[in-house]
Design a protein around this ligand. Structure first.
Ligand SMILES: [Zn+2]
Length: 345
């Protein structure tokens, strides 16, 4: 659907009071929202499709604060188990993966409105500022470049690398990375900055990729936990899809990520969200292992709201994607979007 059509379609739903009515009818069910990233400005670039802008996030959090009852995932779990009273329109905000923009952009917004959130982190990637990163930078320079050649100063003066065809890009990327491996970290950085300079518009693109994909470090995770509004859960160590793993691998992903979080934060880790999280991405076996290891809940990415008594190891969530259209967010958050989609299938 085009943006214009969406605006008219969801705007009409809002105007007729359909969202308010649906919210009233669903008021006893818990809503859990999934976010991945919140970007300062963020373009409509394809890589940003699963991130919302800071402005839109602010508006959505304000809606949760003013029109709903924000609760933490821990409390929501107690409510779904019937151990705590569920207030009408209870909403929990969650983030998957552990990107730095959660700390830099989303956290200040949540603090401003004093709305709690839970961040599920992929522990192997937290604080991973490794050698891998610079090789990815070389690749992104070469693959997104539209010029035909790159210049690189070497011992013999200067080398030219042909990047005019896909095959030559691969060859040149291999050669450049091999050459830069022999350099010190500082020298390498200078060379990479020089390569980036040769590619017009590249700097902006690289900054955008960094804002989207950089992971937090443990210090940032700790700062958020100390604020009292952020809870941390596990999203495995490596972001592997559980249903594709052996029993031993599942055990180790669930145990090692839990132990890493507990060691770093000095408190128990009892919350989990399944990587990918559709019906096919986890099995009965995984729920059993989660329970055995002391996890109290696991969140899926199956679309919907949660009734009291819902399976606590397969809680439903509503995924919030990029859209400049606020009524579209309302259609998702009220569960109408999911109903339309299920009917359409
Ligand atoms: Zn994920």
């Amino acid at each position: 659907m085009s943006e214009l059509l969406k605006t008219v379609f969801y705007g009409t739903m809002q105007a007729t009071g359909l969202f308010d009515l649906t919210r009233y009818l669903n008021r006893k069910n818990g809503l859990i929202l999934t976010y991945h990233g919140v970007l300062e400005t963020g373009t409509e670039n394809y890589v940003n499709r699963n991130c919302v802008s800071r402005e839109m996030f602010d508006r959505q959090v304000r809606w949760v604060k003013e029109k709903c009852n924000p609760v933490s995932v821990s409390d929501m779990v107690q409510m779904i188990r019937g151990k705590k009273h569920m207030p009408p329109n209870a909403v929990a905000i969650t983030f998957d993966d552990g990107f730095r923009n959660n700390y830099k952009v989303a956290f200040p917004v949540l603090k401003k409105h004093n709305v709690p959130a839970t961040i599920f982190i992929t522990t192997d990637f937290i604080g991973s500022k490794g050698e891998k990163l610079w090789t990815e930078r070389i690749d992104s320079i070469i693959y997104s470049a539209t010029i035909r050649r790159l210049r690189l100063p070497t011992e013999n003066g200067e080398d030219l690398f042909d990047i005019s065809t896909p095959e030559n890009k691969i060859k040149s990327s291999d050669k450049i990375r091999k050459y830069l491996k022999s350099k010190s970290r500082e020298e390498r950085e200078q060379h990479i900055v020089e390569l980036e300079r040769q590619i017009e518009g590249m700097r902006a693109f690289i900054d955008e990729m960094d804002e989207r994909y950089d992971f937090m470090d443990w210090d940032e995770v700790n700062q958020m936990v100390e604020s009292g509004i952020i809870e941390i859960g596990s999203h495995t160590c490596s972001h592997s899809i559980l249903s594709t793993l052996s029993d031993e691998q599942v055990h180790s992903e669930l145990l090692n990520s839990k132990m890493a979080i507990e060691a770093q934060l000095n408190k128990p880790c009892t919350l989990f969200s399944y990587p990918n999280g559709t019906q096919n991405d986890f099995k009965k076996r995984d729920k059993k292992i989660l329970q055995k290891l002391g996890y109290e809940t696991a969140l899926s990415q199956i679309d919907g709201l949660n009734k009291v008594g819902e399976d606590i190891y397969a809680l439903k969530r509503v995924n919030i994607v990029r859209s400049p259209n606020f009524p579209f967010f309302l259609s998702k958050a009220t569960g109408i979007w999911g109903k339309i989609k299920r009917l359409a299938n």
